[in-house]
Design a binder for this molecule. Structure first.
Ligand code: NAP
Ligand code: G4F
Length: 323
């Protein structure tokens, strides 16, 4: 019988890639979606009829318990979160409720309904924050620099605790930044690739950015969902860093994106102090040796290829928009 997976956050970037990945593997895929006055299913619209969506919310314990009773999955991927770092300073309590306590709600539901369910938690390189060693691996201490990072540290440790306390199959994937044409437009990669396309096509004049010197280890979301799945196929649950091992500045990202559309960024890009963060994570770079050796995982898409892929997709999208 086909294995069954449940994805929270299926409407997000990673949820959309993971759903496709699991369907290709022959899974029955179920997704948890929260109620909204208007549907937000753009990234999974073409999967209608192949996946089953259920209404539940990370803030509502009973809705998650009922969902697991209904679906009876073998694997649960907890991707839902308030995932935008700047919003976490504006809404620190809500971020803690979704992104931290939400993890415990899913784990409690698994503990009550079926402890054999395999659980994946979407942890983040933001937990490393003010990094003390480079590159960062599973043993690097956490020093989160935002309410989001703090909430993810809680989510990571509660996942480890349920593994140790109840012998549940719980894995935490410490994923470095990963992007795609489906990345939300507020994140810096997509903000830049969308702007490059719009400026090229005469639909936008300027691009305002914050810290151009920040460095990230950016990979492709399509590669990273494979690592999530691989973690749940092992004999033992564990935690893994998933990263490319290369870091680049926001400035380099801008240069590649604008070069793709034959524009000089100096003519269009300006910095805006309002976009600087109260506390910045200046640089992140991951060491994914453990994932490469134990899971046999490796990234396939490089940085330049990723950014060019995103610019090309945005050009196509903007061209298709009506004025
Ligand atoms: P994303 O595009 O922002 O998607 C977040 C998802 O969470 C959306 O489907 C959203 O639903 C859902 N959600 C938020 N609050 C919810 C609630 N209360 N109840 C139910 N669903 C809720 O994020 P992503 O980039 O795919 O990232 C997936 C996960 O990985 C997140 O936990 C993120 O923090 C983590 N992560 C991401 C990266 C990265 O670079 N992308 C790196 C490390 C970790 P709506 O559509 O209804 O808003
Ligand atoms: O694209 P970002 O907003 O991503 P950030 O903060 O690194 O968080 C993302 O990756 C995390 C993994 O480490 C995830 F856990 C998290 O959910 C999210 O997916 O910003 C990247 C860098 C920052 O240093 C920021 O200060 O880009 C810098 N930046 C410069 N100008 C900007 C801008 N970021 C945004 N969003 N917008 C700007 O105008």
């Amino acid at each position: 019988m086909a294995p069954t997976a449940m994805i929270t956050g299926i409407t997000g970037q990673d949820g959309a890639y993971l759903a496709r990945f699991l369907l290709d593997k022959g899974y029955q895929v179920h997704g948890m979606v929260r109620r909204s006055s208007s549907e937000n299913f753009e990234r999974i619209a073409d999967l209608a009829g192949r996946i089953t969506l259920h209404q539940a919310d990370l803030l509502d314990q009973l809705s998650i318990v009922n969902l697991l009773h209904t679906v009876r999955p073998r694997e649960v991927y907890n991707l839902a979160a308030q995932s935008f770092v700047p919003t976490s300073w504006l809404q620190p309590l809500l971020t803690g409720d979704f992104t931290a306590l939400g993890v415990t709600r899913v784990l409690e539901a698994i503990r009550l309904v079926d402890r054999t369910i395999r659980f994946y938690q979407a942890s983040s390189s933001e937990m490393f924050g003010q990094v003390r060693t480079e590159p960062q691996n599973e043993d690097t201490p956490f020093w989160p620099r935002s309410p989001y990072g703090v909430a993810k540290v809680y989510g990571h440790w509660i996942t480890v605790n349920y593994r140790e306390s109840y012998e549940m199959f719980c894995c935490s994937g410490i994923l470095f930044n990963h992007e795609s044409p489906w990345r939300g437009k507020e994140f810096v990669t997509r903000k830049v690739t969308d702007a490059a396309a719009r400026i090229k096509l005469g639909r936008q004049d300027r691009l305002k950015l914050g810290n151009l010197d920040a460095m990230r280890d950016w990979g492709f979301a399509g590669d990273y969902v494979e690592a999530m799945w691989l973690m749940l196929q092992q004999d033992q649950p564990d935690d893994y860093v998933v990263a490319t091992g290369e870091k680049h500045t926001v400035r380099e990202l801008v240069e590649i994106a604008f070069a793709r559309v034959d524009l000089n960024p100096a003519q269009y890009v300006e910095t805006d102090p309002a976009l600087l963060r109260p506390a910045e994570v200046n640089h992140l770079c991951g060491d994914s040796t453990k994932a490469r050796q134990k899971l046999g995982w490796r990234p396939r898409v490089g940085f330049r290829e990723l950014i060019e892929m995103m610019v090309d997709a945005d050009l196509e999208r903007v061209r298709a928009e009506r004025h």
